[in-house]
Design a protein around this ligand. Structure first.
Ligand SMILES: *[C@@H]1O[C@H](CO)[C@@H](O)[C@H](O)[C@H]1NC(C)=O
Ligand SMILES: *[C@@H]1O[C@H](CO)[C@@H](O)[C@H](O)[C@H]1NC(C)=O
Ligand SMILES: *[C@@H]1O[C@H](CO)[C@@H](O)[C@H](O)[C@H]1NC(C)=O
Length: 307
């Protein structure tokens, strides 16, 4: 309020600008908690080859003006709607406590035991649906717009280490703790807190700068030697299994390690985990583009045939 009055006194123009700015920036503020997804999708879309870029453009509704990232959080928004209840188990994988491994047959199911209903099954499902894209937006069996949005979102989720977590703590959701001075939980630390703290400390809260830094690090920075291996993928099934296995590994080594309920996580945890978080966002984006380039390119038959 004080700041508002201060601005008001400056000049009427400032006041008008301030109000406009407040309106324009509102949706951005709400989307902050979803920044990991937005960055994953922007990184991916920047790496699309012309054929895939065109297909994505065709599948997106007109009102997003070709911006995939605008709808990358849609699966989170609809997961509790009655019509989409079946999607809620597709965001994660519960693995046995302390096992630190992922086995598709053992772990990929919903709480009722319906097989394939986990993030690894969903990625295969929607990738193979998209391979039926033949230039139009309609398909008798599937809604390919939804398939694109689900795939884009779930490629983010499977790379978030705590989305492949232990069963009894729901991927860290029930581990309540403090992030610096406010209340949070371990899952949320990995979904959001680390990203927001990084943005505030190092990028003037500008997510575009963080995204550019991530992109710079795989084009000709610290990850440029690894970059090609991220895209290694002959068949979809082993690839998706690899993404999930990497996540539970990282969850054990960096997520859960040394963490107890009620604890305060601060600088030490933040500084050592930030490089893991940014690398996983990079890998999610690079691999999403790899899948979309293949599924909408000429060579997709090879990869899908094996599933
Ligand atoms: C695959 O998608 C269809 C809807 O197109 C859905 O009915 C089915 O449950 C999905 N399965 C998985 C594993 O995602
Ligand atoms: C596909 O799904 C989107 C998002 O739910 C919806 O707006 C669109 O109408 C659907 N398209 C068809 C052909 O059903
Ligand atoms: C990019 O690499 C530099 C080191 O060259 C590092 O300081 C920076 O934190 C990295 N940024 C991200 C987002 O990974």
């Amino acid at each position: 309020m004080m700041e508002f009055r201060g601005r008001l006194r400056l000049s009427p123009l400032c006041f008008v600008l301030f109000v406009c700015f407040a309106f324009i920036s509102e949706p951005g503020v709400q989307a902050w908690s979803k920044e990991g997804h937005v960055m994953t999708c922007r990184i991916a879309q920047n790496l699309l080859k012309p054929e895939a870029a065109h297909a994505v453009q065709m599948l997106l509704p007109d009102y997003v003006n070709g911006d995939l990232s605008a709808l990358c959080t849609w699966p989170d928004q609809i997961r509790h709607w009655y019509k989409y209840q079946w999607t809620s188990s597709l965001h994660f994988i519960d693995t046995p406590d302390q096992a630190c491994t992922f086995e598709y047959k053992r772990d990929c199911h919903d709480p009722k035991g319906t097989k394939d209903m986990c993030v690894a099954g969903a990625i295969q499902n929607f990738t193979s649906q998209l391979s039926h894209f033949r230039g139009g937006t309609s398909d008798r069996r599937y809604n390919l717009t939804e398939a694109l949005l689900f795939l884009s979102h779930f490629m983010g989720d499977i790379h978030q280490p705590l989305h492949v977590g232990f069963t009894s703590d729901e991927g860290g959701n029930t581990i309540d703790l403090r992030w610096f001075r406010h209340k949070s939980n371990l899952h949320h630390v990995w979904d959001r807190e680390i990203i927001l703290t990084a943005a505030a400390d190092y990028y003037e809260k500008d997510m575009d700068l963080l995204q550019k830094d991530i992109e710079g690090n795989f084009t000709d920075g610290i990850w440029s030697d690894d970059f090609a291996s991220w895209e290694d993928c002959d068949d979809l099934f082993p690839c998706v299994n690899k993404f999930a296995a990497e996540s539970i590994n990282l969850a054990c080594k960096w997520g859960y390690k040394g963490v107890e309920s009620g604890q305060t996580l601060a600088d030490d945890y933040f500084n050592s985990r930030l490089p893991i978080v940014t690398k996983r966002i990079a890998q999610g984006g690079v691999r999403l583009s790899m899948l979309l380039n293949r599924v909408f390119g000429d060579s997709h038959e090879d990869m899908i045939a094996a599933t």
